[in-house]
Design a protein around this ligand. Structure first.
Ligand code: PTJ
Length: 249
């Protein structure tokens, strides 16, 4: 697949394609300009990880799928970077797990909220939450505190990709299970996550969907076993070691 003119055998094909999606997201009013900087931070960690899903991230992705399938009300939180990078993949994950999609932005404007909702609908989403914003996450003073009371407000499990940390901490304080996708294992979001997924969002979301489909017929006991066997501290340590030493195969 190629939506830009990059030869598919270029050694940095995937990375260049991802950059192009983010640029395009900014042009379409979906991604904030700060999102370009966030992408650059992410690329640095991805480069050090070898631009691959390390084994501890694969285990985290399976545990995330199990949590989403066990949840009463799972919600996938969407920001401007995620909407630009994996819109169709998020819709597929929502379908595979029965999760709601909710737009939640740090740099919230009504125009960007609407652009992201429309973008997700163009990629097959039926309902996208976030515009009502009749709930608040306690302890947060910025725009990310605004949630739908029947969306993230009511969720027991939330997928939180690419954030700067304080909402992740606030959601954890509300007792919600947090599945965090962040290439930096030392970030506050990854550190406060129930399941830290140290992988690029472009690999993580399709991987979680694949696990969810595989586990669709698994018993609750089997799902619970996968959740119980996952060790977040071990996963964070393995990711940090892979970055520092290029290890973990
Ligand atoms: O769309 P908005 O207004 O909600 O704003 C979203 C951004 C991303 C701009 C905002 O949340 C932000 O500034 O985030 P930070 O503080 O730069 O944190 C983003 C984290 O995500 C960093 O730890 C990055 O390493 C990580 N990251 C960036 N790109 C990716 C990523 N992790 C996984 N996959 C990526 N592609």
């Amino acid at each position: 697949m190629s939506d830009i003119d990059i030869p598919e055998d270029h050694p940095r094909y995937e990375s260049l394609l991802t950059r192009h999606r983010i640029e395009d997201g900014v042009d379409k009013g979906i991604t904030s300009r700060q999102g370009l900087i966030a992408q650059g931070r992410g690329e640095t960690f991805d480069y050090l990880l070898g631009e691959r899903t390390i084994p501890s991230a694969a285990a985290a992705e399976r545990a995330a799928a199990a949590y989403l399938l066990l949840a009463e009300h799972p919600v996938l939180s969407v920001n401007g970077n995620v909407a630009a990078l994996v819109p169709g993949e998020l819709v597929e994950l929502a379908e595979a797990t029965g999760a709601d999609l909710e737009v939640n932005l740090f740099n919230r404007t009504e125009a960007r909220m609407q652009a992201i909702v429309d973008h997700l609908r163009e990629h097959g989403a039926d309902e996208v939450k976030g515009l009502t914003a009749d709930g608040r996450i306690p302890g947060l003073s910025h725009e990310r505190a605004k949630v739908d009371s029947d969306g993230i407000g009511d969720a027991d499990v939330v997928l939180v990709p690419l954030e700067d940390g304080d909402r992740a901490e606030a959601l954890a304080a509300m007792g919600k299970v947090e599945l965090v996708v962040d290439l930096n294992p030392m970030s506050r979001s990854a550190q406060s996550a129930t399941v830290p997924i140290v992988d690029n969002i472009v690999r993580a979301v399709p991987n979680i969907t694949r696990h969810a489909r595989e586990l669709a017929t698994a018993s609750r006991e089997e799902l619970q076993r996968i959740v119980d066997e996952f060790d977040r501290d071990e996963a964070l340590a393995a990711a940090e070691q892979a970055i520092r030493e290029g290890g973990e195969d």
